[in-house]
Design a protein around this ligand. Structure first.
Ligand SMILES: Cc1cc2nc3c(=O)[nH]c(=O)nc-3n(C[C@H](O)[C@H](O)[C@H](O)COP(=O)(O)OP(=O)(O)OC[C@H]3O[C@@H](n4cnc5c(N)ncnc54)[C@H](O)[C@@H]3O)c2cc1C
Length: 401
């Protein structure tokens, strides 16, 4: 067990789940991660292992066949998995967000239809807000769903869909002005459509095309795609929650728990970078001693470990706040912001400790160096987190009178 990033007050069940996941990460993920990542190969066997562990249903209520665990348990599992390979945490993250949105906002029929199969990992979720012309400014989306009899016809292009090819259920955010008069605020005229599809690429359903994988600098193995809707017909009972106009709030709710998840990923990647750095620093000798004995390197290790601890504590705090039923947007925004920035810094320091070898693809730190930047962008950039944090602070500290 690592000395860093311990979590006080966990139940026996939580400890058992985490120790099982950590064992799986050490035995099944770390030994193959870098090889698969360099080949941009989908980790099929790892995903089958995650299904067996029940991780696709970790937060899905027991009545639907899941483990009914808390956001904290989920986030701590994600931290462990990202320590092994961040892409694997990406495979379960969008699934978890869609399952969470269904649990919170779905109709009874939607929950009954999807959650039991999602718990088994048979139905796999992805979510889609971003478009080629926008990511941060969600209110500007142009994809549209128009009512046609007992269905909606969807048109538009989506971008940056994590698990776009491998998923079979995509929560797609569209404008839907049906029932919403001209001039309605953008965030009140959006709807989440539950789009079922075949896994794979090309025309995966009439009117729906997944063109192919986007070639990325890192975060490989997991597929990230575009999604093109051209006259895609979706039955009215696949409007999330059964009522149009609520999509923006539903997605923001999903992204809020997603932020804790991205913070957890940052913690996991930073932990691994620290482990690699502290190990290498004791093996590499310069000027007659291990580089760990040079004070400059020891200071780096001290800073890295402090950042790992601080990010972990903030992530745990944000998850616990949500689990207690309280609003956690401030804590989740702070945790996501800090953990992703610290992750980038810790990875950079571990890279520097490796000297020239850090630049070689034979060393794991090379992969982490290409993975960490994604965390600065996904689920809202640093600037967007600061906007959320700043707005909430002004609400909390509003001057009286
Ligand atoms: C690998 C990967 C996977 C992704 N997966 C998904 C997914 O599954 N589903 C999905 O919907 N999206 C996904 N995204 C999209 C992601 O959420 C967006 O990339 C992100 O929200 C940023 O949007 P953008 O790229 O359009 O940047 P922009 O919004 O164009 O921002 C560009 C720059 O301007 C800054 N900026 C923007 N607005 C402001 C402002 N008001 N004030 C100050 N600065 C500002 C930003 O911080 C950024 O630095 C993914 C992205 C990546 C890279």
């Amino acid at each position: 067990m690592s000395r860093l990033a311990q979590t006080a007050g966990l139940t026996d069940v939580q400890q058992e789940i985490l120790s099982t996941v950590r064992d799986f990460v050490d035995k099944e993920i770390i030994p193959v991660a870098t090889r698969l990542e360099h080949r941009d190969e989908y980790p099929t066997e790892i995903v089958e292992g995650l299904k067996e562990l029940g991780l696709f249903g970790l937060m899905i209520p027991e009545e639907y066949g899941g483990l009914g665990e808390s956001l904290l348990t989920y986030a701590l599992c994600v931290e462990e998995i990202a320590r092994g390979w961040m892409s694997v945490s990406g495979i379960i993250n969008t699934h978890f967000i869609v399952a969470y949105m269904l649990k919170q906002h779905g109709t009874q029929e939607q929950k009954d239809t999807f959650l039991p199969r999602m718990a088994l990992g048979e139905v796999r979720g992805a979510f889609s807000m971003s478009e080629p012309a926008l990511g941060s400014d969600v209110s500007a989306i142009t994809s549209k769903g128009v009512k046609d009899g007992d269905a909606y016809v969807l048109n538009g292009q989506k971008m940056w869909l994590t698990n776009g090819g491998t998923s079979t259920l995509v929560a797609v955010l569209c404008k839907s002005d049906e029932g919403h008069p001209e001039g309605t605020a953008p965030h009140k005229s959006m709807t989440t459509f539950l789009v079922e599809k075949e896994a794979g690429f090309g025309e995966v359903r009439p009117g729906l095309t997944i063109p192919g994988k986007i070639d990325k600098m890192g975060y490989k193995g997991v597929d990230t795609t575009e999604l093109i809707m051209d006259g895609l017909r979706i039955p009215a009972n696949r409007v999330l929650g059964g009522t149009t106009g609520r999509g923006f709030y539903q997605m923001m709710d999903g992204v809020e728990v997603g932020r804790v998840n991205v913070a957890a990923r940052g913690c996991g990647v930073a932990q691994r970078a620290f482990e690699l750095g502290v190990s290498y620093a004791q093996q590499r000798h310069t000027f007659g001693k291990p580089i760990a004995q040079h004070q400059a390197i020891q200071f780096k290790l001290a800073e890295m470990a402090t950042k790992v601890e601080a990010a972990h504590a903030m992530m745990v705090n944000a998850a616990r706040k949500k689990d207690s039923g309280e609003r956690n947007d401030l804590e989740a925004g702070m945790a996501k912001y800090l953990a992703s920035e610290y992750c980038k810094e810790v990875v950079e320091d571990a890279f520097r400790i490796h000297g020239g070898y850090g630049f070689s693809k034979e060393y794991e730190i090379e992969r982490l160096y290409r993975e960490a930047p994604m965390l600065l962008i996904g689920e809202g950039t640093a600037e967007i987190q600061k906007m959320i944090i700043g707005r909430r602070l002004l609400e909390e500290y509003r001057l009286q009178g």
